[in-house]
Ligand binder design. Sequence first.
Ligand SMILES: *[C@@H]1O[C@H](CO)[C@@H](O)[C@H](O)[C@H]1NC(C)=O
Ligand SMILES: *[C@@H]1O[C@H](CO)[C@@H](O)[C@H](O)[C@H]1NC(C)=O
Length: 222
Amino acid sequence: MKIAASLIATLALAATTIAAPDNKHGNKPNKPIVINKKVLQTSKVPFIPHSGTALFTNWVGLNVDFKYVKPVFDLVNATKAYGNGTLISRGEAHITTIPPTEYDNILHPAGVTIEELNALAAKNNRLQRARFGLECLGRVQVVTKDGVFQQSVQIILKNYKDILSYRNDVFKLFVKKGGNPALFAADNFTPHITIGFKNRDIFIEDGVYKGKNACIHPIVAK
Ligand SMILES: *[C@@H]1O[C@H](CO)[C@@H](O)[C@H](O)[C@H]1NC(C)=O
Ligand SMILES: *[C@@H]1O[C@H](CO)[C@@H](O)[C@H](O)[C@H]1NC(C)=O
């Protein structure tokens, strides 16, 4: 009997421990979504280079600790007003800084290599050390050309000067190599952290813009 009681107590404690992050962050409907502010400390996670030989395999991203994004995914996935049904998660989180299309179609043809972009990002851990703020929870929806309803939910960023400054240096490198300045705009960019999506993720190429325009709910880092 005593053993059973202590087992129950242990289980209850374990349950509290597991549930604590969400309770502590007190997510309630009609209140801003709360995310652990440690999500902003990206200098604590490694920079991950993405390179390959095929199209869509070369891109630059600021790695984000998924551990802090997962509770937001779980909340969005379980809340119809946010997720509109269940979503697919990639099981990782990042802020795309140079998308694969920009690399394949614009930078690479001008002779800019992924090694150069990675070196620029990794120097003094520059990209991972970038500071940024959270604008809102965003959602974009579109019926794509094939007639399928697509939806993607993301955390939209604000105050991302450090990320822009990286893109500005990429612009300088591109122009130095003879690239046409009309084809790359450092600030034509809507940084976000993808939370999840239906079917597949959607992009500018699908006609959607993941900026302030896409906000559906406030989010705060605490
Ligand atoms: C929810 O998703 C369905 C498709 O699954 C779509 O037809 C509908 O417009 C969406 N509604 C809202 C409110 O987002
Ligand atoms: C999203 O929610 C659904 C329904 O509860 C669940 O079946 C699914 O596993 C969840 N997705 C993830 C990636 O956890």
